[in-house]
Structures are given as structure tokens and as C-alpha cells.
Design a protein. Structure first.
Length: 308
């Protein structure tokens, strides 16, 4: 029952987001062809507006938009004459997903490791160094870190390429630029949660029984301390695999974020609406999977709501 309610809520949320995005687009003055008004004849502009249903009443545009959305048809791109929105997303999502998966992998491995070490060596040198890395990661935005990485590793040392895409070398710098901030947050969450867990009575009992420290940390410590981190990973994972606009722009990555930024500047309504709905679906589905994963991590958590 809980899962069915969540699925219904997911569809309702997607509809609300799609509707709000459509309304916001209609409140923006002008249309995508306003810049061509002084160049093209009025008849041509009217034909172009008719092609994209912009000449129809707004309520009818909304109905047609929802109808196409239900059919998984996000419509044609106004700026691209050869590709529709579905094709743009299909072309850009693999690059964004690859970049996001690598970034979240780096953030998880290093963040969890730093957090665990900081908790196990609380108020020692390792703890201070780990939290220093976390503070730097939180304080330095990715759009500042990215040019610094390019300057040092690409321009000065010439170790890694930039402004191109195709090999594993091209993904290293953008992945680390994306990973540092979530790495820092994961490390802080894991440290705080791990310190609290390691002070629980069941941990002290395990120590008193003479269980190996490694077994205590892995079996009892990390498993119970990781739940707050899992909560954070949900929206983070969705955000990263759908692309980070600034990083993709800086490193010239042909991801979905690039198309979204370009669509805003070009006022390409179908691309803006389509990518927004796509981002929303990814985020909502990821949060749903994270909720289900709670039960796998901690069997004490029940997948039910009040009254079920």
C-alpha cells in the first residue's frame, strides 16, 4: 500500500512540476521568435508560431503539451531544426550520467573514508586534516575550483586535456570539480553520525566482548551511521547524473546541462519544459529508490505510513 501511494504521489508531483513550468514559461514576455521580428516577414513568423502551436490559446497549448507528455513526446526543439527534445536528451544524458556517476563515486569513496577516519581518530591529527578538507570543499564552489584545476593540471602541468570529450582523461578534472563539495558534506555527515554510533551501548558491549575493531566498525558502526548519508545521496545523485550546468559549460562537455543552458538563452520552450520534466522524473524516482533502500540498510525501518 505504501509503495502504491508513493507511485501515485510521484505522478502527481511530476504533473505539478510540469504545470508550474508551463505557466512560468507563459508569464515570460515575448516568444522565441521575438528577436527575428525585424528580420523575417510577419507571415513567416506566423507560420513558425503555428508550427509550434504558439498561435493557439494558452489552455489548448497546455492540453496539447500534457497529451504529448503522456505519450513521452517532449516536442520539437525550436532552435534545432534536425533534432527534437527527446533526441537532445538522448544525446546529452549519457555524457551527463557518466560524469555524474564518476563524481558521486569519488565523493562517496573519499567522503565516507574521511568521515570514518575522522570519527575513529576523533580530536586527533587525522580528524583535523579530514575536517580541513571538508571545510575547503564546502567553501570553494565548483565554478571556482574548475578553472583552478584547468590552470594547474591542464595548462601548467599538461597532464590532462580540457575543452574536449571522448576518453577517460577528459572526465577526470570535471569529476573532481563536481565531487569536492559533496565529498565534504558526506565526510561531515559521516563523521558526526559515526561518532554518535560509536558511543552507543551496543558498541561498548561489542568492545567488551573482545570483538575485533574492524568487525565492530564494519558490521555495527558503518551500517547504522550511514543512514543520514543515504538521505543526502538521493537528491545529490539525481542532480549529478542529470548534469551540472556550470561544470559542463566550463569543460565543454556535450551533456544535457549544456542544452538546458542554451535553451534558456534561446527561449526554446520545448527544451526548457522537456529537460525540466526529465530532471524532475530522475529526482523523484531516485528519492523513491532511496526510501526503499532504507529498509535494506536497516530492517527496523518499515515501509508503511500511519493507518496502513
Amino acid at each position: 500500500m505504501y509503495i502504491l501511494k508513493r507511485i501515485a504521489t510521484m505522478f502527481l508531483t511530476v504533473w505539478v512540476i510540469a504545470t508550474l513550468t508551463f505557466v512560468i514559461m507563459k508569464f515570460i514576455p515575448g516568444d522565441p521568435f521575438a528577436s527575428d521580428a525585424d528580420v523575417l516577414p510577419e507571415e513567416v513568423l506566423q507560420n513558425m508560431r503555428a508550427k509550434y502551436n504558439l498561435d493557439k490559446p494558452v489552455p489548448l497549448q497546455y492540453v496539447l503539451y500534457l497529451k504529448n507528455l503522456i505519450m513521452f513526446d517532449l516536442g520539437p526543439s525550436i532552435q534545432s531544426e534536425t533534432r527534437d527534445v527527446n533526441t537532445l536528451i538522448a544525446d546529452g544524458f549519457p555524457a551527463s550520467a557518466l560524469l555524474g556517476v564518476q563524481a558521486i563515486t569519488v565523493a562517496l569513496i573519499l567522503g565516507l573514508a574521511l568521515g570514518i577516519l575522522a570519527a575513529l581518530y576523533h580530536n586527533r591529527v587525522i580528524d583535523y586534516l579530514s575536517m580541513l578538507v571538508a571545510i575547503i570543499g564546502i567553501s570553494v564552489p565548483s565554478f571556482i575550483l574548475a578553472p583552478l584545476l584547468i590552470k594547474f593540471f591542464a595548462v601548467e602541468l599538461r597532464w590532462l586535456p580540457v575543452a574536449s570529450w571522448g576518453t577517460w582523461k577528459h572526465i577526470v578534472l570535471p569529476s573532481f570539480a563536481l565531487a569536492l563539495s559533496p565529498l565534504a558534506v558526506i565526510a561531515r555527515f559521516m563523521r558526526s553520525s559515526m561518532i554518535e554510533v560509536m558511543n552507543q551501548n551496543y558498541i561498548k558491549t561489542a568492545v567488551a566482548k573482545g570483538l575485533p575493531t574492524f568487525a565492530i566498525v564494519i558490521k555495527h558502526g558503518i551500517r547504522n551511521a550511514i543512514l543520514p548519508v543515504v538521505t543526502f545521496i538521493g537528491p545529490l545523485f539525481a542532480a549529478l547524473i542529470t548534469g551540472t550546468f556550470v561544470i559542463e559549460k566550463i569543460f565543454a562537455i556535450p551533456g544535457i546541462g549544456k542544452y538546458f543552458v542554451d535553451s534558456i538563452f534561446n527561449r526554446d520552450y520545448p527544451v526548457i519544459l522537456g529537460t525540466t520534466v526529465f530532471f524532475s522524473v530522475i529526482l523523484i524516482f531516485t528519492l523513491f529508490v532511496i526510501d526503499i533502500s532504507y529498509r535494506l540498510i536497516d530492517p527496523r525501518i518499515k515501509l508503511s505510513s500511519k493507518g496502513d
